[in-house]
Structures are given as structure tokens and as C-alpha cells.
Design a protein around this ligand. Structure first.
Ligand SMILES: Cc1ncc(COP(=O)(O)O)c(C=O)c1O
Length: 361
């Protein structure tokens, strides 16, 4: 079998052009005589790669100068702890529960500070995001935490809350760089790379420098302090060198493709193609409320588990991979990150139509 259309939620598909370029450079990176995997992170060649990736992220997303761009490890899950550990001053934070990842973030934060749930849609099994208009946040909270795209439930917040000056800390793991991003609206953004940025192993953090405190508790491990990584420009220890290199290529691919506006337009078109089909289908239905639909993760069911399983199996055989929904939601999930092509989404819709015709209800 050749390459498939990979709809997995993460690790996810990468732009083919990027993979080919990396393949070309695998044995001898631009005359260095070695692979990027083999080279010292302290050498000039690698410094150009990592600082180049940082500069490109700054240019792509218009990151203001008073924000740091950090390349860390430990996944978004480590940020669930690093955010409260580093941002706690008064010892209070407000959390918005929009899905399981937001819940996990709040649970972890409870170990370090007083967490108040500002809003939650758990009672609707997270089929929609909380409406945050008019929701009061504590004025003396150290930050307000949101998860902007709920990978499991296929929901997304399409606007940001007014936190009244309290810094917004946001998990953007599954929607970063999928469209225009106004970094200045956030105090801190974090994202595991393995969906829209590059391979697993890298965690991107964009943080307002004045939130990065030196005076965190003395027993906080050096690797868990933002201040360490800010001071050393993500090179305190060996960075996830190859993941940064690949991510740099993906960022340049986005830039070459026209930037975040173009990504946003393409992603809206791809999502409209699939949701449009779902809305007219007699067999399949989307599980997220219309106003909360994610452009990145589209969740849907037939209503019959055996039929869902048959669909996923048949899709796999037809070269449409990774469509099984998360076990907590069931059904199907199609992840339509930047690297998923419109042809891929069209192939999925064509297969859904074929399956629907073969299974009239
Ligand atoms: C929104 C969101 N947050 C956090 C995580 C956890 O990320 P990691 O596996 O990088 O720790 C995921 C993983 O899928 C996610 O989708």
C-alpha cells in the first residue's frame, strides 16, 4: 500500500513535501556529512536550525517581542503542571472545563493552587463548549485556563473570553496555527507538536515574558521552570533536536503556502465539506453541537456500534486511516489538521456516501 490519508488525532499526518525534504537531507544535512539526528545541538549548524525555527514562528504568528517562544519536552501534559507551578503568585486560578484534557489540566493544577471551575459543559458530555459571555472570573486569579480545541469531543471555542485583565493560559495543542492567531490576547499558549506543528517530542510554549518568574519555589526542578528555558533560549539541556528541525520545516511550509490566513480558509473549506455531508446524511450524524463544531476534529456516529466498527474497518481497507473515535466518545473522528489535503477529505466523503448507499437505513 502507498501512502494513506491519515485522519489520526495525533501523532498526525505531516505535509508530504516536508517528509520528502527531510528524506533528502537524512544522510547528509546540507553538506555537514551527517543527519540532523546525529549533530551536536551546540554547533552552528544546529543553532541555525533551532533559532531559525523560532524566528519563523515569530514571523508566522506575529509573536510580539515581549513574548518568549520556547521549545520544551514532556508534552502538553507536563504543561498541565508547569503552568500552575510557574504562574501561581496569589495561589488561585479559574479553569474552564470543556473536555477531558481541560479536566486533566484542572486536576493537576489542584495540587498547586486553589482551582475554581468557572464554567463546565460536562453535564452535556462535552458536546458543546461553555458559553463564556458574561461568565465572571476572579479578579485576583493568577490566570484563567482554557482548552481551545477539544480533540476528543470535536468541539472548539471560536472566541476568547474576556478575562478582565487576568492572563489567559490556553492549551492549543490541536488547533495551533490552524488559522489566524492573536498572541497578544494570551498570557501563555502551549501545544504538543504532534498535531499541527510536527513530530511528537516537542512542546511549544509561547509566554509573555513578564509572567516568567525567577522567584518560583526553590524546590521547583530546574527543568520545570520557564525561567530556565527563557534564559537559555531552549538550550539549557539537549532540546528535542530532530523534532524541532521537522517542526521548523512545517512552519516554513505554512509560510510558503500563504500563512495562517490561508490555513484558516483551507481548514474552513475542508470542515464545511465534511459537515455539509454529515448534515445531509441519513446514516451519519455529527456529535458536536453546531455552534461548537471543531474545524480540526470532526466526530460522528451512525448510532449503531457494529456499523461504526464496519465503517472504520472498510475505511482502513480503502486507504482512509485513523478514523476510530476516542474510546470515551466512540464512533468516528476525522482529524483535519493543516496537512490533511482537501482531496483526503473528499476521499472520505466519497467513501461515506458509498457506505451509506450500501447500508440504507
Ligand atoms: C487538547 C490536548 N491537550 C493535551 C493533550 C496531551 O498532550 P501530550 O500527549 O502532548 O501530553 C492532547 C493530546 O492529544 C490534546 O489533544
Amino acid at each position: 500500500m502507498g501512502r494513506v490519508y491519515n485522519f489520526a488525532a495525533g501523532p498526525a499526518c505531516m505535509p508530504e513535501e516536508v517528509l520528502r525534504e527531510a528524506a533528502d537531507e537524512m544522510l547528509d544535512y546540507r553538506g555537514s556529512g551527517m543527519s540532523v539526528m546525529e549533530m551536536s545541538h551546540r554547533g552552528k549548524t544546529y543553532e541555525d536550525i533551532i533559532y531559525g525555527a523560532e524566528a519563523d514562528i515569530r514571523a508566522l504568528a506575529g509573536v510580539p517581542d515581549d513574548y518568549a517562544v520556547l521549545f520544551l519536552q514532556g508534552g502538553a501534559t507536563t504543561q498541565f503542571a508547569m503552568v500552575p507551578m510557574n504562574l501561581a503568585k496569589k495561589g488561585k486560578a479559574d479553569y474552564v472545563l470543556s473536555g477531558s484534557w481541560a479536566e486533566k489540566a484542572a486536576e493537576e493544577a489542584r495540587k498547586y493552587l486553589d482551582v475554581r471551575v468557572a464554567a463546565s459543559t460536562k453535564d452535556s458530555n462535552y458536546s458543546r463548549v461553555p458559553d463564556l459571555a458574561g461568565v465572571p472570573f476572579r479578579e485576583d486569579a493568577d490566570y484563567v485556563h482554557i482548552c481551545q480545541n477539544n480533540t476528543l469531543f470535536g468541539t472548539q471555542s471560536h472566541s476568547l473570553p474576556d478575562t478582565g485583565g487576568v492572563p489567559l493560559a490556553a492549551d492549543l495543542s490541536s488547533c495551533i496555527f490552524s488559522g489566524p492567531l492573536d498572541v497578544s490576547r494570551y498570557g501563555l499558549i502551549y501545544a504538543g507538536a504532534q498535531k499541527n506543528i510536527g513530530p511528537a517530542g516537542l512542546t511549544l510554549v509561547i509566554v509573555k515574558k513578564d509572567l516568567v518568574r525567577e522567584d518560583v519555589p526553590g524546590n521547583l526542578p530546574v527543568m520545570l521552570r520557564y525561567a530556565t528555558h527563557l534564559k537559555e533560549r531552549s538550550m539549557y539541556n539537549t532540546p528535542p533536536a530532530y523534532a524541532v528541525y521537522m517542526s521548523g520545516k512545517v512552519i516554513r511550509w505554512i509560510m510558503k503556502s500563504g500563512g495562517l490566513e490561508v490555513m484558516g480558509r483551507r481548514n474552513r473549506e475542508k470542515a464545511a465539506l465534511l459537515y455539509g455531508y454529515l448534515d445531509n446524511s441519513r446514516l451519519f450524524r455529527g456529535t458536536a453541537d453546531k455552534g461548537s463544531r471543531s474545524l480540526m476534529n470532526v466526530t460522528f456516529v451512525t448510532g449503531d456500534e457494529a456499523l461504526d466498527a464496519a465503517f472504520v474497518k472498510g475505511a482502513e481497507a480503502a486507504g482512509l486511516s485513523g478514523l476510530k473515535g476516542h474510546r470515551s466518545v466512540g464512533g468516528m473522528r476525522a482529524s483535519l489538521y493543516n496537512a490533511m489535503t482537501r482531496q483526503g477529505v473528499q476521499a472520505l466523503v466519497d467513501y461515506m456516501r458509498e457506505f451509506e448507499e450500501a447500508h440504507p437505513c
